[in-house]
Design a protein around this ligand. Structure first.
Ligand SMILES: [Zn+2]
Length: 443
């Protein structure tokens, strides 16, 4: 398996810390709203990685966290009469529901920040002990980035590119502009605080992932996990900060490899004018079949930016239709083994940093060839068994083709619905300058 390491910025051979067990940690959503297409793209990217590694024979542990305490969540709480747990559990359930509708396999471990407070506290105490964290006047605890000579190694940002992080915190008591908060002291009765060995307060965002990685994985002397993933927008400051904290607290690098997926954008004028509900997965699912949406979203390589438009989605549906039409022809048999040449080529394509466009064209080719063979030998049982096994292989790796064909063909895309136009926009429609708004995956 070869993957593109986004920190080394090159394609490298994947050699896990432990020969057969792969550990992956992906930064999950902050649960204060419904999942948008960026969340879906991130989940699908790592779902493909998970499935491919499984097919290669690895045992894979995938951890995806839920950030269930955060300023955005507290803001949302102030507008509602729900408790923190009611609100975040609600959005966690919605997230899982949406991802399952896209046939994303649940992560092996799905920890919540509020259930990992012990690990977070211990981690911060370790940083305080090592003198790489400090308390400021108001009781907040910060990480001292100047103590880590490797700070900047992940994002390759130079130290004076300060604006991103410091703008919001101009009045803070930080020592260095890139320092970030590990623990926020309780701000009074209205604040949401947790009792802890530090003081009553709540964790910052970056610390939670470092603490959870250490809580669930051990690694070797150099690395804790094999692959750390997330949306490309997380590289700085989130992943830089995670890596630095872990390096300082444990003496190890948090991950051996880093993988980041691209942004999702909606192509079309109409869409960009109405930034709002239409970005949500649940809205897309109210118009399109989950499997069609899945096929479409995975059909673009995970590192590329994804431009959502209806024409491409329809083209994806047509390709999926072909798979199901083939499946319909081989229903009356039990599967044998997939065609060796087909399997090798498919796995080879996916082992090349998940080269999905090559893989999907190999599938198209297989479908055409299988249909030709069936036209000539419509009663060949062994042929049918092999074709069904090919489809089962496709299902395992890509998460498509699992349904009964009749069930699949009952769905349809209502192309003419006004709603569709509003949701998707037209292909190639030019977005007015200054209105470009990528949907950031991950958060
Ligand atoms: Zn994270």
């Amino acid at each position: 398996m070869y993957i593109f390491d986004s920190v080394k910025r090159e394609k490298v051979k994947f050699e896990p810390i432990f020969k057969e067990n792969v550990s992956i940690y992906v930064c999950g959503p902050t649960v204060y709203d419904n999942a948008h297409l960026g969340h879906a793209k991130s989940a699908l990217s790592f779902d493909l990685l998970y499935r491919t590694l499984k097919e290669l024979g690895y045992s894979v542990t995938l951890c995806r966290n839920f950030t269930d305490i955060d300023d955005k969540i507290i803001n949302k709480l102030n507008e509602s009469d729900r408790t923190l747990k009611e609100l975040t559990d609600y959005y966690i359930d919605r997230y899982l529901e949406d991802m399952r509708a896209l046939n994303v396999i649940d992560a092996t471990i799905q920890p919540k920040a509020t259930e990992s407070l012990d690990a977070i506290e211990s981690f911060i105490l370790k940083l305080l002990e090592k003198n790489v964290a400090y308390r400021v006047e108001n009781g907040d605890i910060y990480f001292d980035t100047s103590k880590d000579v490797k700070y900047g190694n992940i994002s390759k940002r130079v130290v004076d590119e300060d604006r991103t992080q410091s703008r919001i915190e101009i009045n803070s008591l930080k020592r260095n502009s890139k320092d970030f908060v590990l623990w926020k002291n309780c701000q009074g009765e209205d604040d949401i605080c947790f009792d802890s060995r530090l003081n009553s307060g709540r964790p910052g965002w970056h610390i939670e992932c470092s603490a959870m990685v250490e809580k669930y994985f051990i690694g070797d002397d150099n690395y804790i996990i094999d692959i750390h993933g997330g949306g490309a927008d997380l590289i700085f400051p989130h992943h830089e900060n995670e890596a630095s904290q872990t390096r300082c607290a444990t003496g190890k690098e948090i991950a051996k490899y880093w993988m980041h997926n691209g942004f999702v954008q909606i192509d079309g004028e109409k869409m960009s004018k109405s930034l709002g509900n239409s970005f949500f997965v649940k809205d897309a699912l109210s118009v399109y079949d989950g499997e069609v949406l899945r096929y479409y979203l995975i059909s673009v390589h995970y590192r590329n930016d994804f431009n959502f438009n209806e024409e491409d989605l329809i083209a994806s549906k047509k390709r999926l239709d072909k798979l199901y039409r083939l499946k319909k022809r081989v229903l009356n048999v039990t599967s044998s083994n997939p065609n060796i040449d087909f399997k090798n080529r498919l796995i080879e394509a996916m082992s090349d940093d998940l080269n999905v466009s090559v893989a999907l064209s190999i599938i198209d080719e297989m479908i055409n060839l299988a249909n030709e063979k069936l036209d000539k030998n419509s009663k060949d049982k062994n042929l049918k068994k092999e074709i069904l096994a090919n489809i089962e292989l496709i299902n395992r790796v890509f998460g498509i083709g699992e349904r009964e064909p009749l069930n699949y063909f009952q769905i349809g895309i209502d192309y003419k619905r006004e709603n569709n136009r509003r949701l998707i926009g037209k292909k190639g429609a030019k977005r007015p300058r200054g209105e470009e708004k990528p949907i950031f995956p991950g958060r």
